[in-house]
Design a protein around this ligand. Structure first.
Ligand SMILES: Cc1cc2nc3c(=O)[nH]c(=O)nc-3n(C[C@H](O)[C@H](O)[C@H](O)COP(=O)(O)O)c2cc1C
Length: 334
């Protein structure tokens, strides 16, 4: 399948693995790239630019296919040294960067000088247009369903994607709620040139996270996520657990006066405890509603091959079948 995104990034399939804190290590990024998608290392999971440089080198050892690095600009307890991270990315020969959170405008000259293609993840049409205006090459349009930070507009992909298609000139991928061939074909139908998946890639053999997390995703339904930090305008969609119940209790008590310090125990340092130690109640961690569509833990290659095979079947048998006046087959996916 050829789209503007496969052409832009030199990849075989229009499937991107979004940056994920404490999940997007070289093991997962290289597995996605080796399977023909675009794997992405999460820059800030590496505590220093030197460690990021090492992670990039490790990923180069595991794949000779293109892979990218995610740089997230979100409120943090301490601001990371972004120029040094960008230097590590450039020196590591990375040609694709996924930015997210605040606008990457001030870093665009440094990224572009390194010959880097920038795909900015945004949750609204206006931010997508801004990304286009500041020279981003593509956008990852992230709907309200997504795991992580869905923004404050609460716009689901069924509206957001066709709206993005109406306004944008640069290519975009659909992000948030994407799990299988049905997601990909629907995204393409709405104008996207591919899809970006986060949560679904966590439940794969190569994701270097504790098995408890993968089993929690298989067990979870689409009803099991919660939105936290709304009052801070830093909304995050997370999987419900004991820490999240407590966090929501604190949010109810504090109302509009909530400060980040009030929920420090539920959010700070949670990721290594959950992802590495498998302590499922240690704190709040991002998870999409798409958990309801995750039923197994395949290898990354099995997942991507299945998506591409089923997508072809849905397009040729089901969709074209409607036009031919034949009996369209149901969009059954493996
Ligand atoms: C555990 C987890 C951690 C994430 N961490 C980041 C991050 O550090 N930076 C970022 O830009 N996006 C992050 N995301 C968002 C993903 O890159 C992606 O946009 C999102 O998961 C898409 O929605 P989906 O989960 O429904 O596929 C994270 C998502 C998850 C599930």
């Amino acid at each position: 399948m050829k789209t503007a995104i496969t052409e832009m990034f030199g990849i075989e399939h229009p499937i991107i693995q979004g940056g994920m804190h404490y999940v997007g290590f070289a093991e997962l990024a290289s597995a996605v790239s080796n399977a023909g998608g675009l794997g992405i290392i999460t820059g800030l999971t590496q505590r220093t630019p030197e460690l990021l440089a090492k992670e990039i080198a490790r990923c180069h050892d595991m794949t000779d296919k293109p892979f990218g690095v995610n740089l997230t600009f979100l409120p943090a307890f301490t601001t990371p040294p972004y120029p040094e991270y960008i230097a590590a990315i450039r020196e590591g020969g990375i040609k694709i960067v996924e930015t997210a959170g605040r606008s990457p405008e001030q870093y665009m000259p440094a990224l572009k000088a390194g010959g880097i293609k920038v795909i900015h993840k945004c949750t609204s049409v206006r931010h997508s247009l801004k990304a286009e205006a500041i020279g981003c090459d593509a956008v990852s349009v992230d709907g309200f369903e997504c795991g992580g930070h869905p923004g404050e507009d609460d716009m689901p992909n069924m509206i957001l994607l066709p709206r993005a298609a109406e306004e944008l000139k640069i290519p975009f991928v659909a992000s948030g709620g994407m799990a299988d061939a049905r997601s990909l074909v629907a995204a393409l139908a709405m104008g996207a040139a591919g899809m970006n998946m986060g949560t679904r890639f966590m439940a794969t053999k190569e994701a270097p996270i504790h098995d408890n997390v993968k089993q929690a995703l298989v067990a979870a339904s689409e009803l099991d996520t919660r939105l936290v930090m709304r009052a801070l305008r830093n909304t995050e969609r997370v999987l419900k657990n004991k820490a999240v119940d407590r966090l929501l209790e604190i949010e109810r008590e504090k109302g509009a006066s909530l400060k980040i310090a009030d929920i420090h125990d539920q959010v700070a340092g949670a990721y290594p405890k959950v992802m590495i130690d498998g302590d499922m109640d240690a704190g709040a961690w991002s998870c999409g509603m798409v958990a309801g569509l995750i039923k197994d833990v395949p290898t990354v290659k099995e997942l991507i091959d299945r998506i591409m095979t089923d997508a072809e079947r849905i397009i040729r048998d089901r969709l074209v079948g409607f036009l031919d006046g034949g009996q369209a087959k149901p969009a059954k996916v493996a």
